[in-house]
Design a binder for this molecule. Sequence first.
Ligand code: ATP
Length: 476
Amino acid sequence: MSANPSPSPAQVLVVDDEPDLRDLYELTLTREGYHVDAAANLAQAWLCLKEKRFDAVITDMRLPDGLGMELLTGMQAQQRAERCIVMTAYGSAENAVEALKAGAFDYLTKPVDLKQFRTVVASAIQDTGQIYKSGRGTPGPAKAAGALDRLDSEPASLRRMVGDSEPMRLVKQRIVKVARSMAPVLVRGESGTGKELVARAIHACSHRAEAPFVAVNCGAIPENLLEAEFFGAKKGSYTGATQDRDGYFQAARKGTLFLDEIGDLPLAMQSKLLRAIQERSVRSLGSTQEDAVDVRIVSATHKDLAADVAAGRFRQDLFFRLNVIEIAVPPLRERRSDLPALCEALLAKIAQESDMPVPALSSALLAQLASHPLSGNVRELENLLHRAVALSDGSELHVDFVPGQPSNGPPAVTGDLQSYLDQQEREVLVKTLTETGFNRTAAAARLGLNLRQIRYRIARLNITTPFGDDAHDDTP
Ligand SMILES: Nc1ncnc2c1ncn2[C@@H]1O[C@H](COP(=O)(O)OP(=O)(O)OP(=O)(O)O)[C@@H](O)[C@H]1O
């Protein structure tokens, strides 16, 4: 079966000065159904590139008349669309990282494992589909991923990231640019800034979009389960393993593995992850066999990982591997101009989830929000708006910045006591209802009430619940 899905064979250029290796690569790729041209040095490679457009260019790093890197940077400068794969000597991680940073689609370490070679080339050649189609056949410089302005229609994944401020525009441009390669990305940013949205957008803009996006919160998995969760487990490999199970790596095959809160990964697991990334293969718990996995790694942290490296809490070599490309998501305070659009979008989302009309955003509310520090970023904004909607009695929305922490002693009530107590009761009810997924039976039980009592209170305090009357209570 041919690996090339298109009716006209994909065009591949192989650049290597060793005739035997060139033949081997050529043979391997021809068998896969590709059309292969070969060059023995940079000069020949440039001649081929002048003549026609390829889908992928595979180049050795050390060539008689220069470095493969020069070919890569030259092609980047000419904005050529070919995906470039660089072959580096074993153990020269710096070269691989440098190539990825310079825009290589991927790298291979020599001696090249032919199975991996075929996978990587197939991955490079796959239809670029999502945003930029490579378009075959026409010689000359092609359009590479450039400024976002060129996109007539922003892909949905980027539209979901609300905000047109300069910092957000730069983030989006970077996403589009890095989506095309295999290079690991580290997304940095304070909590609630939208790091997961960035990771999802990278996946959605890449040729991996049709394959799974697997998100893992590294801080949420008990340490003794980490290995099985990441790499899978064979039946009987530990108590409770009643059947073979895939891990995250297998689940994300051909797709993207998003490692959130990577800074929380214990050191022992860091070593295992590094190995899996370097070898591009994993071994399930209890298995003797290594399985190759084609997975792109995007990780995220709100921590200063470089400081963790300095303090010995994070492995430097892993940091180096994960941080090939960095995307810093700016905190909300550095993009205040996004606030109105964000509020509108979040209110629309909240309304849709609760199946209710979109509440109006008054300028007073906006001003109130704008004067708040919002150090919890978009997530805090979303929570504030959620509360405002839940607590609203149908008239204008307003937020009250009741601090989450308990105050010292009873608060000084300046207004009318009954409204104050109503407000407090409402807060407690809304919080418990939210935590129980608006299951009134569960919420009532937590609060020592019966269903009738909680229903009465919900009605009295005019609390809007997303599921209407009794639909979501798990009692008959
Ligand atoms: N630019 C944005 N436009 C719309 N919604 C956003 C934006 N940024 C974040 N959000 C929303 O804010 C919430 C928090 O986003 P997300 O989970 O991606 O943040 P995070 O940086 O990964 O947070 P944490 O570090 O706490 O895991 C989500 O509900 C997300 O949909």
